[in-house]
Ligand binder design. Structure first.
Ligand code: DHB
Length: 370
């Protein structure tokens, strides 16, 4: 590092900026830049430099980029990670180099166990899926088919939703898994139609929800008496307003809605949309915004002097009000603890939103309770 470098604090932001997961990268980069615009780019005497790299959500690329950022650019923190395989690919490098790794998007429960240098500001699928396993059987849903993207977060959603749903007396008729890459939902939806459950429970990653919704409606599943229930990844605020009236009434469980009725969120959404007129912030944006907050506050707390271990220690236990509601970083697990909401798609001011109607306070990741 040069002398000039010692006055800098570098954040290597690894995101899918192109490809199937590009909306995640676009949302997180916009939110990170908003945080910097609002909070300045000098913290504790250090000039913050954001280095954005596109990994196309491909773990081999993530690994190479993380290596280059750590070794060549000498970044102080690596952050981002749009999908679980990307977060897992970088974890050993974070450990070896003692570089804090702030996971802003990926949401498989086990990620935080892959390195003691990982801190997560997104969520976990068990955290949000259990809430639906409690809500559905109390609201007329006795039989379900599950349909999930076949990788870490989908497997978590399937397991934690099903276990809780069955504990509450519900019956899971069939568990379907669709490939992550270029999924064709048609043959799976045909199976669901034949099985005739009260509801179809869905998890697909951010960006894939609109395709599921479209095919669900085109095949007349709703008219056949099958309800859709899902995690909020499906009624993603990035796409929801373009899903059409067929999405009205869909109930989901999640940790963030752009319609969350707090002053902090109204301020966040307004500022985000002012800076990005064509976008509505989604849960990915909030994970990125809060991740920057966690990094900034750790830098302040260590007075700009902290190496990786000191920064990490200053990230653990942070407690603050996010646009999503009150949150903290659990010092033991390094995972975010947050409120989980039940929401229904409704029309508000001529636009579709996930309107919150119930809340479970202070939910820890159930995947960690061994
Ligand atoms: C993951 C990715 C997503 O887009 C999402 O909505 C949830 C989880 C993941 O790969 O961990």
């Amino acid at each position: 590092a040069t002398a000039q470098d010692s006055n800098k604090f570098k954040i290597g932001l690894i995101l899918p900026m192109t490809g199937q997961q590009a909306s995640t990268g676009r949302q997180i980069e916009a939110a990170a830049r908003l945080y910097m615009a609002q909070n300045g780019d000098t913290v504790a005497g250090k000039k913050i430099e954001l280095i954005v790299k596109d990994d196309v959500a491909t773990p081999d690329v993530t690994k190479r980029l993380a290596q280059e950022l750590i070794v060549n650019d000498k970044v102080n923190v690596i952050a981002g990670f749009g999908v679980t395989p990307a977060a897992l690919a970088a974890a050993p490098l974070a450990t070896q180099s003692k570089t804090p790794q702030v996971v802003m998007a990926a949401a498989t429960s086990s990620i935080t166990e892959a390195s003691p240098y990982i801190v997560r500001t997104s969520f976990t699928l068990p955290q949000v899926s259990v809430a639906m396993g409690d809500w559905a059987p109390k609201n007329g849903v006795k039989t379900v088919v599950t349909l999930v993207a076949d990788y870490g977060p989908g497997n978590d959603a399937e397991k934690f939703f099903s276990e809780r749903f069955q504990l509450n007396g519900g019956k899971v008729i069939e568990k379907l898994r669709v490939p992550l890459r270029n999924p064709d939902f048609a043959p799976f939806l045909q199976k669901v139609r034949d099985a005739k459950p009260d509801a179809l429970f869905v998890f697909v990653p951010s960006g894939a929800g609109a395709a599921v919704m479209k095919q669900f409606l085109e095949r007349g599943m709703d008219k056949a008496g099958i309800r859709m229930i899902a995690t909020g990844d499906v009624t993603d605020d990035d796409q929801l307003n373009d899903m059409g009236e067929g999405a009205l009434g869909v109930v989901t469980s999640h940790h963030y809605s752009a319609a969350h009725p707090s002053a902090a969120n109204k301020k966040f959404v307004e500022a985000f949309q002012k800076a990005n007129p064509k976008m509505r912030p989604n849960f990915m944006a909030v994970g990125g915004y809060d991740g920057m907050r966690v990094i900034y506050e750790a830098l302040k707390a260590t007075k700009g002097q902290g190496g990786g271990d000191a920064l990490l220690a200053a990230m653990k236990g942070q407690i603050f009000e996010s646009p999503r509601g009150p949150v903290y970083i659990d010092a033991q697990t390094r995972d975010i603890v947050q409120d989980v909401y039940l929401r229904k798609v409704e029309k508000k001011d001529g636009q579709l939103y996930n309107v919150e109607f119930d809340v479970i306070k202070g939910v820890k990741d159930p995947g960690k309770a061994k």
